[in-house]
Design a protein around this ligand. Structure first.
Ligand code: RIB
Length: 316
């Protein structure tokens, strides 16, 4: 294992501590039932993993971005690191582990929706020791982004440490697990989709404005709930508001939530308001669903800005 802990370069705006996966995608007409074999498309491979995706989107949105994560000493590890480099991400704190790189097996249906099984591989080795070893580097960022494809103990350690460094903590509670109370209290924002929101809250409510407020009531400093075609709802100290979605042709939703989180982190670290950051992130994600793959569907800031100015009219 190699670990870079030298703080030799300029401080990054955003540090993403997270997972990297090789996404193995098969297009299918429908999901197979238990015990059933169906025939799908040729296999395609894309660079993915929630953490790597979020860092690629953040860098493309224009922020200096550090990715801290673990990949295997294998060709997929090379592939994943190269994809991040191409997106402009600082990969000097990526650890090479004697395990296979993380892999995601993805079934993509004609409506652009997916079913994903993640085999964590090297990502599971991202323990508290690695978080501590890389802390001199990630603790210099303005904001820290994490998701739940990391061991929970690592997420909780980094959240607590980041709060003591006065770093903004952006937690994407995906895949869905409940959030430790102390970690929830430093989230600004907690970012969840509909399903994750219910898991974190522990109950169903009749509308997402109420869910967002209830999650704040549980301790999060601010909350963003992404709702796909229904936009996103947020709650912060100024109240609750909704950002509408763009109407676009959906080809592949894989990584669209990560595009949102990465773009949101980029904007927030630059001092944009939560509402403004969500406007930008919604556009980044609307562009991402129109292309195949996670990281290959992310675009640079100027493309997002052009899309926003060309699409002023949206459903409310
Ligand atoms: O959020 C999408 C990502 O989830 C995919 O890229 C896949 O790797 C899984 O981690």
């Amino acid at each position: 294992m190699t670990t870079s802990s030298e703080a030799t370069t300029a401080a990054p705006a955003v540090a993403v501590l997270g997972s990297a996966n090789a996404d193995l995608v098969v297009e299918v007409d429908r999901r197979p039932a238990g015990g059933e074999t169906i025939i799908g498309s040729d296999l395609q491979q894309f660079a993915g993993g929630k953490g790597a995706n979020q860092s690629a989107a953040c860098a493309k949105a224009g922020s200096s971005t550090l990715f801290v994560g673990c990949v295997g000493e294998d060709s997929n590890g090379e592939f994943l690191v190269r994809s991040l480099e191409q997106a402009g991400v600082d990969v000097s704190s990526v650890n090479r582990i004697a395990k296979p790189s993380g892999t995601a097996i993805i079934f993509l249906t004609p409506d652009g929706e997916n079913s994903i099984v993640v085999s964590p591989g090297a990502n599971a080795a991202f323990d508290v020791e690695i978080a501590k070893a890389t802390q001199p580097v990630w603790s210099r960022a303005d904001a820290v982004v994490m998701n739940f494809e990391l061991p929970m103990a690592t997420v909780n350690y980094v959240a607590a440490a980041a709060a003591t460094h006065n770093q903004r903590v952006i937690l994407n509670a995906a895949p869905a697990f409940s959030v430790d109370e102390a970690t929830l209290r430093v989230c600004d924002p907690l970012v969840v989709n509909e399903h994750e929101a219910e898991v974190v809250l522990g109950e169903k409510l009749d509308n997402y404005e109420r869910v967002a407020q209830a999650l704040r009531g549980k301790g999060a400093r601010s909350v963003v709930i992404t709702l796909g075609g229904d936009g996103a709802v947020a709650a912060d100290e100024d109240g609750v508001f909704r950002i509408p979605a763009y109407e676009v042709d959906v080809v592949d939703t894989t990584g669209a939530g990560d595009a949102f989180v990465g773009a949101l982190a980029s904007e927030l670290s630059a001092g944009t308001t939560l509402r403004g950051a969500m406007e930008f992130a919604t556009a980044m994600s609307a562009i991402a669903v129109q292309k195949h793959g996670a990281q290959p569907s992310y675009v640079t800031r100027n493309v997002v800005e052009a899309f926003i100015s060309e699409n002023q009219t949206r459903s409310q």
